[in-house]
Design a protein around this ligand. Structure first.
Ligand code: SF4
Length: 323
């Protein structure tokens, strides 16, 4: 592919960490305030019962064991005498929706592999700790703990914050139940502690449309998150959306439409926001729709071609974003 017209993750990671870096998904056994009744019951209408995660802790695999197994797998990718970087990624549910002592224990489980922990010269070493969470479940004590981790060890700490859509009305419709204002507040408070933020977006949510995709990009640019993950709406088994889709009440995007909306989205981001993800995937047995006749990696090439066709690039419409 010719020089990308958008900012992909891989070269950014190489420049920042000086080595090839991979994600190691971990399950801390967290839960979600949108399932236990604190914010709502039943969860977001697109979320399956595993909280979009690995489900590993529920299978009885404790965190240190998850780390050992995952690091051994990643170490096999390292060339002789080299080491790969690892992003220790707490993916499932809302990882700051726990008691303070629980988060402390979760972070402590990484200590052996953090700088100064004794195993940091291994063939796979942790360069970053990432936690996915909701913007409305980010208490000050959690930010304090994450800030302390960053300052003491020097590793990057990312907070992956789900925005999904800038529309509060669509947030209600998909039963996500937080607001755009809560997202901006969370990012500001994380930035004040020196943490990096990655904002999540889903294109094609019901009632959001192409204009919604554009607005979400503008708000992510306005928030100043360092990174962005975006994917198309996927309908999974065992979700509320699965019922809606089976009853013909829900449509998903085809690949050409998604690429057009994605190009709109990317044009409205800041030129320096790193694109961590451009599309989604799901295990074949759980994915109801859409089934695209293009491979996941092909979306990157199609986006490049669309931006080329338009004579544009990431951030081309950023100056038109709201301030
Ligand atoms: S906030 Fe996250 S974990 Fe909770 S229901 Fe929604 S998608 Fe699932």
């Amino acid at each position: 592919m010719s020089s990308p017209l958008f900012l992909p993750l891989k070269p950014w990671m190489l420049a920042r960490y000086g080595r090839e870096t991979h994600r190691l998904s971990l399950d801390a056994g967290s839960t979600c305030p949108n399932r236990d009744g604190t914010r709502g019951f039943g969860g977001c209408t697109y979320c399956d019962v595993e909280g979009s995660g690995t489900g590993a802790l529920k299978d009885g695999i404790d965190l240190r064991r998850q780390m050992e197994v995952g690091l051994a797998r990643l170490a096999r990718r390292a060339d002789e005498g080299e080491s790969v970087g690892v992003v220790a990624y707490f993916q499932s549910y809302s990882n700051t929706y726990v008691a303070p002592e629980r988060l402390r224990l979760v972070l402590e489980s990484l200590e052996p592999w953090l700088p100064g922990g004794g195993r940091d010269e291994a063939a796979a070493r942790v360069v970053c700790v990432a936690l996915a969470t909701r913007p409305d479940t980010l208490p000050e004590w959690a930010l304090d703990q994450l800030c302390e981790l960053k300052q003491r060890t020097g590793v990057d700490v990312w907070l992956e914050l789900g925005l999904e859509t800038a529309s509060d009305e669509v947030q209600r419709r998909i039963h996500r139940l937080h607001t755009l204002e809560e997202f901006h507040s969370a990012v500001q408070r994380a930035h004040a502690r020196g943490l990096l933020c990655v904002g999540h977006a889903i294109l094609g949510l019901p009632g959001d449309g192409r204009e919604g995709a554009r607005c979400t990009a503008e708000e992510l640019a306005r928030a100043g998150v360092a990174g962005v993950k975006v994917h198309h709406l996927m309908v999974l088994q065992r979700t509320v959306m699965a019922k809606q889709w089976k009853q013909g009440e829900l449509e998903t995007l085809d690949a050409p439409t998604y690429v057009e909306w994605l190009a709109d989205f990317v044009e409205r981001l800041h030129p320096e926001q790193v694109l961590h993800r451009l599309t989604g995937d799901a295990p074949a047995p759980s994915l109801l729709a859409p089934h695209w006749p293009v491979a996941k990696n092909e979306i990157r090439n199609l986006l490049q071609a669309e931006l080329q066709r338009r004579g544009t690039r990431q951030g081309a419409l950023w100056s038109a974003s709201p301030s």
